[in-house]
Design a protein. Structure first.
Length: 83
């Protein structure tokens, strides 16, 4: 398992490998014309910024703090958990 620090300094290709092989998809949100896919590795979160217009990944961001999850809270419901 790669650490957050190593991920941040990894090549774009290595980051893509981690997303596809070691991370679990959680949710997608939109920001303008960009789709942002959120993944979790078990240790940290990864955001993949994808442009449908250009059909390519624009950026990959990683974080491990709650503040990074704030943009996703409007799209998540805990209602089905029967808490």
């Amino acid at each position: 398992m790669i650490s957050l620090e190593d991920f941040k300094f990894a090549s774009f290709e290595r980051k893509c490998d981690v997303v596809t092989a070691e991370a679990d998809y959680i949710i997608m949100r939109k920001l303008g014309n960009c789709k942002i896919y959120l993944y979790h590795t078990g240790e940290f979160f990864i955001e993949v910024y994808y442009s449908p217009v250009y059909k390519k990944v624009l950026m990959i961001n990683a974080f491990n703090d709650a503040a990074g999850l704030a943009p996703y809270t409007d799209n998540i419901s805990l209602a089905d958990l029967n808490l």
